[in-house]
Design a protein around this ligand. Structure first.
Ligand SMILES: [Zn+2]
Length: 84
């Protein structure tokens, strides 16, 4: 990532570790396999099975989005129990 401030004529850069032979990532975060950038706004990306450009290094990656549901079940009204 870089930053340019034209008003103060300042430019900054940050070195990134770029993997030339990246491996597939499987994580709860969207992590670029090339540079390790975590895209916390990945939920804004299009549907899964799509391609995206890394905002950090510009590499093209494909991704799948898996959605997991968790249910919280609370008691409301019990069924009447018939004693035998
Ligand atoms: Zn990247």
């Amino acid at each position: 990532m870089n930053a340019i401030n034209f008003q103060d004529k300042i430019a900054g850069i940050r070195e990134i570790q770029f993997k030339k032979q990246p491996e597939e990532k499987y994580d709860s975060d969207w992590i670029c396999p090339y540079c390790g950038f975590i895209d916390f706004d990945a939920f804004e990306l299009g549907d899964s099975d799509d391609k995206a450009e890394c905002q950090m290094c510009g590499s093209i990656v494909s991704y799948e989005r898996e959605v997991h549901f968790t249910y919280r079940v609370c008691p409301v009204k019990p069924q009447e129990v018939i004693e035998l």
